[in-house]
Design a protein around this ligand. Structure first.
Ligand code: M6R
Length: 608
């Protein structure tokens, strides 16, 4: 997720100031690098957040129009050279982009052969050169932009400016949001409405496959294939802060609701379903080494650790590799037995968690091949590991990790296919997992339809001071993650427990005031979990069961039931965690707590 903002006016406002101000409102969307361009003053780019850019932009950075960007890196390190806006060879065409151009490598090869010179590693730069190439033939900015858009594959929310027609800006949307702002003698393009709202409340939301052309006085929307779209501007009453959260009350809710999109983004370009293969570009350099390794140690903390536990089950069952999972804080002080056939795999959203980082360093010292599943491009763990897989989940602002967990599980499933197919995994099995991964986003959307019911349930149980979360096999780590979500944002006691472990102690806590959330999907251990629910009910403990759609049996015994769609057993956690995230969210929100910033916690734990 990056932030883009573009402006065109009659000159009564200084475009430089308008753009910098707008970027501040978009700051939550990316802080790896920032950049600005106006035809009159040129471009300024810098690594870091918008504050860094502000320091570098001189007071006299004039212009009537321009484009600006905040980057959350996906392709290429977060350096000045990779920062947006990107331009063509002549510095005439400028572009800011949020998304990923999947076929950028092949397009780049073609353009290099045609004589184009590239300065960055960014996929976005390709687009500027592609428009330039089409301009040579059409001599028309709009036609060239449309022709270039038809050639790219992937996701984009973009704004394009041509020095030769400085008043005119083109916007395009495919998978990444674009909002037009309709002002008096001025128009805007942005990733969300927050930077537009100080200027006008009239907006037009673009849909996928649409492009828009704006000038100070006009805005025109087309479908990419050419037909005109008539859509009257709507008045929005959101505050700038509400707009940043996509109209949701908190970032946490927004990030949970991004679940389906996050799965698509983590999978994008990485599955070859018909061959049952996963293509992980970040592992290309170590493919041969990976074929020889005989053990994986996953190191992580908090939510990422629970993702690692799910990964252990996936990798052992489907790729046949022995896996251990360790807390970074434990691993770094032990004397682990490691050799050159061991992978130490770090999982980290921020890529900066000190305990995980030190665990990776320890693995390296002991001769292991180090890998990362990391969300933040260019973070320390991403840089210090030998190879890895980026999540592409976009920035996670809420302290409670939600969409990153979902994305970590998807990345682990991809790794399972990748390593599994190098070993004994059959084509049929590879194809089955790939097909089911592709079906997940629609299933996640289905869970969101139950949002209202989950909210009601959170209200019903709002008086409880303790919660037990139980699960078995793939649901075991999810039970711990569900408990962690609840305790970290609502400050109540919540415990995870293996459903088979209940009788070894935790059952003693159960009475009518101590509810249990029981993860009971219809999988290979369903009957065992069902019997744990019976044990709890025999002690009058209230039970909220999480079951697979169509299971009527569980309704007879549990007090409340939440349903998830059916999927492969190994992928169930990707679905089952979402109702638990929503439950924790509503539970804490009902208490009036600051859900996005729970007390005593930080988003990135860079201390011991
Ligand atoms: O950035 P990381 O994934 O390395 O962070 C690890 C933990 O600090 C993090 O998951 C933490 O447990 C979250 N607050 C949980 O919601």
């Amino acid at each position: 997720m990056c932030g883009i903002f573009a402006y065109t006016g009659k000159g009564t406002k200084d475009a430089g100031k308008v753009l910098l101000h707008g970027l501040t409102a978009l700051e939550y969307r990316g802080y790896d690098s920032a950049g600005i361009y106006t035809p009159e003053s040129g471009s300024i780019k810098t690594p870091g957040a918008v504050a860094e850019l502000k320091k570098k932009v001189p007071k006299k950075f004039n212009g009537k129009s321009g484009i600006a960007h905040l980057r959350w890196a996906t392709h290429g390190e977060p350096t000045k050279i990779n920062a947006h806006p990107h331009s063509d060879c002549q510095g005439e065409l400028w572009i800011v982009h949020n998304g990923i151009i999947e076929n950028f490598k092949e397009l780049k090869e073609k353009l290099v052969k045609a004589g184009h010179t590239f300065v960055s590693e960014s996929d976005t730069e390709v687009f500027a050169h592609l428009v330039e190439e089409h301009m040579k033939k059409t001599k028309d900015f709009e036609k060239a932009a449309i022709a270039a858009l038809k050639e790219i594959r992937g996701t984009y929310g973009m704004a394009i400016q041509y020095k030769g027609e400085p008043e005119k800006l083109i916007a395009a949307r495919m998978g990444s949001p674009i909002v037009l702002g309709v002002g008096k003698h001025e128009h805007f393009i942005a990733s969300d409405a927050s930077p537009i709202l100080p200027h006008t409340k009239k907006v037009v939301f673009l849909e996928d496959g649409e492009i828009a052309v704006i000038t100070p006085e006009t805005h025109t929307v087309y479908k990419l294939e050419g037909s005109r779209v008539t859509r009257a501007p709507e008045e929005i009453e959101w505050s700038a802060e509400e707009a940043q959260k996509g109209g949701h009350e908190h970032f946490m809710l927004k990030e949970i609701m991004e679940g389906a999109e996050v799965i698509e983004n983590t999978l994008r370009g990485r599955l070859i379903p018909e061959k049952g293969l996963a293509k992980l570009g970040g592992l290309e350099g170590v493919t041969k080494k990976l074929a020889k390794i005989d053990r994986i140690i996953i190191v992580a903390c908090g939510t990422a650790y629970y993702a690692g536990l799910v990964g252990e089950y996936m990798l052992e069952e489907h790729a046949g590799i022995p896996v251990e999972v360790e807390l970074g804080s434990e691993f770094r002080y032990r004397k682990p037995v490691i050799n050159e056939k061991t992978i130490v795999l770090a999982i980290s959203q921020s890529g900066e968690t000190l305990d995980t980082l030190e665990a990776i360093r320890e693995g390296k010292r002991r001769g292991a091949l180090t890998l990362g599943i990391v969300n933040t491009v260019g973070s320390t763990i991403a840089r210090e590991t030998d190879a890895g897989v980026y999540n592409h989940a976009g920035p996670e602002i809420g302290v409670a990790s939600t969409k990153a967990f979902v994305s970590q599980l998807v990345a682990l499933a991809l790794l399972t296919i990748f390593l599994g197919r190098q070993r004994g995994m059959s084509l049929v099995e590879g194809k089955k997992i790939a097909k089911e991964l592709k079906a997940l986003p629609a299933k996640v959307q289905k869970i969101f339809e139950e949002k209202g019911a989950i909210e009601k349930l959170a209200r019903k149980y709002s008086g409880a001071r303790d919660f037990l979360f139980i699960g078995r096999k793939y649901s075991y780590p999810v039970a711990f993650e569900g408990a962690l979500k609840l305790k970290e944002i609502s400050y109540i006691h919540a415990e995870g427990c293996g459903a088979g472990e209940m009788k070894h102690g935790p059952l003693a806590m159960i009475d009518e005031k101590f509810p249990t959330v029981a993860l009971a999907p219809s999988d290979s251990v369903y009957e065992k979990v069902f019997s744990a629910i019976q044990q709890i009910k025999a002690r009058r403990g209230p039970v909220i069961a999480l079951a697979t759609e169509g299971n009527r049996e569980v309704e007879k015994i549990a007090d409340d039931v939440l349903y998830i769609p059916e999927t492969l057993e190994m992928l169930t956690p990707i679905l089952s965690v979402i109702p638990l995230q929503l439950f924790a969210y509503y539970f804490a929100r009902n208490k009036g707590y600051n859900v996005d910033r729970p007390r005593n916690l930080a988003k990135s734990v860079t201390v011991e």
